[in-house]
Design a protein around this ligand. Structure first.
Ligand code: PNS
Length: 169
């Protein structure tokens, strides 16, 4: 088991699309670690369905949102395919950071963390509690509200709001 200090972590997700909740986790992770890579999964989402936005669109939306919201410019955004732990190893990242909202997130996240730990014991799973104002925000809720033509501008950055309006027009 490695005892090296972790300086580079990955914040993975489907980001379909990125929300203020995700940006909050990314911002706080960057306060904890000097190097942060946001890893955008090419695969289907956790419910086994395809994504609303393509991989390229999801990557671009995060990059634009990070700039728009004034996050540190050294935060990288990269797409990945295959196993998350393999992507971490390729980058030399020592940990995976995820946001935890309600208890409902916990079981799913614990299962993934256990699996990742089994596959790659040296890669740490680290959790950041979501800020209370974003506890109810999720990409699926954002898509559902936007698909009904309602306003999601308090849940997502302006560039994502615009893309959602185009998508559901
Ligand atoms: O935003 P999400 O849907 O919670 O992100 C889930 C994600 C993409 C982090 C997870 O599904 C993942 O790591 N996928 C890559 C494939 C993998 O490594 N699977 C084993 C761990 S579940």
């Amino acid at each position: 088991m490695s005892s090296d200090l972790i300086t580079h972590v990955v914040v993975p997700g489907t980001f379909d699309p990125v929300t203020y909740g995700h940006l909050d986790v990314i911002r706080r992770t960057r306060r904890l670690f000097p190097r942060v890579t946001v890893a955008v999964a090419a695969s289907v989402n956790k419910h086994g369905r395809g994504t609303a936005f393509t991989l390229d669109e999801r990557v671009e939306m995060i990059r634009d949102a990070l700039e728009l919201e004034g996050l540190p410019p050294d935060i990288e955004v990269m797409p990945f395919t295959g196993l998350l732990v393999n992507f971490c190893k390729e980058l030399g990242a020592g940990g995976v950071v995820k946001g935890l909202r309600a208890m409902t997130d916990f079981e799913y996240e614990l299962q993934q963390a256990d699996l990742n730990s089994h596959l790659a014991p040296d890669i740490e799973s680290i959790f950041v509690m979501s800020s209370p104002q974003y506890g109810y925000v999720s990409s699926s809720i954002v898509r559902e509200i936007a698909s009904m033509g309602s306003d999601v501008s308090i849940l997502v950055p302006a560039n994502v709001d615009e893309r959602l309006r185009e998508h559901f027009r």
